[in-house]
Design a protein around this ligand. Structure first.
Ligand SMILES: [Zn+2]
Length: 253
C-alpha cells in the first residue's frame, strides 16, 4: 500500500504529517472495505492532567496537592480499565477522586449512593492521611483539572480502554529499520517499513519465559523517568511457528 507513506516534503511539520498519514491510512482501509469499529490513538490525557496538576501544585497556596500527585496519576488508569466500556461509569469513577481526596468514602450523586472501591481504611489511616479541605485553594485547583470539559470528553472515549502499548512496541521496531537520522528514498522506506512489520508480527505473540520451576522470568531495569526499579518480563527466545502455521506454509509451497 504505497499511498500510505507521507513524504516530509508533503507536510509543513511533523504534527501535520501525522494527521495527513492518519487520514490517508484510514481512507485506504475504508477503501479496502475494512469495517473500522474503533480508532485508538496515542493522545494521552494522563500526561496533560499531570502537567496541569504539577503546575498548580507548584504554587505555594496549592502545596497540599503535592503529596497527592502520584495517587491522582494512578487513579486516572483505574476508571478507564474498570468501566467495561461504560462511559458514564468511567466518568463517575474518575470524579470519585474528588470525594476520596477529602476523606469522604461514601457519598450521594443525584440520589444514588456511591462508595470508594478501595478496602476500608482503619481509623489510624483515616486520621493520618492529609485530606484536602473542600474550601482550600488546592482542592479548587484540583477540581478545575478533574472536571475540565475536554478531559471528561476524552475519558468518555477511553472507557473502551484501548491502549496503545503494542503500537508503541511496533514504533520502536520501526525505528530499528527506518532510523530517523537517515534519509530514505520512497522505495527503500516502503521496503524497510514492510520489514519492520514482518519483524513485529513474527515476535508479537512470544510467551513469557519461565524458570525450571515454572515461575515467570523477569529482568530488573532502572527507569530514569520514574526514578524507580521496574520488573520487565523476559520472553522466550525465538518465535516458533505453531503446528497450524507450519501446515499452512507447506500447503502454500
Ligand atoms: Zn476513598
Amino acid at each position: 500500500m504505497p499511498d500510505v507513506i507521507v513524504l516530509v516534503s508533503e507536510a509543513s511539520s511533523s504534527v501535520a504529517m501525522e494527521a495527513m498519514g492518519f487520514k490517508r491510512g484510514l481512507n485506504y482501509l475504508l477503501h479496502m472495505g475494512v469495517d473500522v469499529g474503533v480508532i485508538t490513538t496515542d493522545r494521552s490525557p494522563s500526561i496533560r492532567v499531570m502537567k496541569k496538576l504539577v503546575a498548580a501544585s507548584n504554587k505555594k497556596v496549592n502545596q497540599d496537592l503535592r503529596p497527592w500527585l502520584k495517587s491522582v496519576s494512578n487513579h486516572l488508569y483505574w476508571p478507564c480499565s474498570s468501566a467495561n466500556g461504560d462511559p458514564e461509569k468511567c466518568l463517575q469513577r474518575w470524579r470519585s477522586l474528588l470525594h476520596h481526596i477529602c476523606g469522604v468514602h461514601r457519598w450521594q450523586e443525584d440520589g444514588v449512593e456511591h462508595v470508594c472501591h478501595h478496602p476500608a481504611m482503619t481509623e489510624e489511616q483515616q486520621r493520618r492521611k492529609k485530606w484536602l479541605q473542600v474550601e482550600s485553594s488546592a482542592f479548587k485547583a484540583l477540581k478545575s483539572v478533574v472536571m475540565d470539559n475536554n478531559l471528561l470528553r476524552d475519558l468518555k472515549q477511553m472507557a473502551r480502554f484501548k491502549h496503545t502499548g503494542s503500537l508503541e512496541v511496533y514504533h520502536s521496531s520501526m525505528l530499528k529499520y527506518t532510523e530517523k537520522r537517515l534519509h530514505f528514498k520512497y522505495d527503500t522506506m516502503r521496503a524497510r517499513t514492510q520489514l519492520a512489520i514482518l519483524d513485529h508480527n513474527a515476535n508479537i505473540g512470544r510467551a513469557q519465559a519461565t524458570t525450571k520451576e515454572g515461575q515467570p522470568r523477569y529482568r530488573y531495569c532502572y527507569s530514569k523517568q520514574s526514578a524507580q526499579w521496574v520488573a520487565k518480563p523476559i520472553y522466550v527466545h525465538m518465535y516458533t511457528p505453531s503446528r497450524h502455521s507450519v501446515t499452512t506454509l507447506w500447503s502454500v509451497s
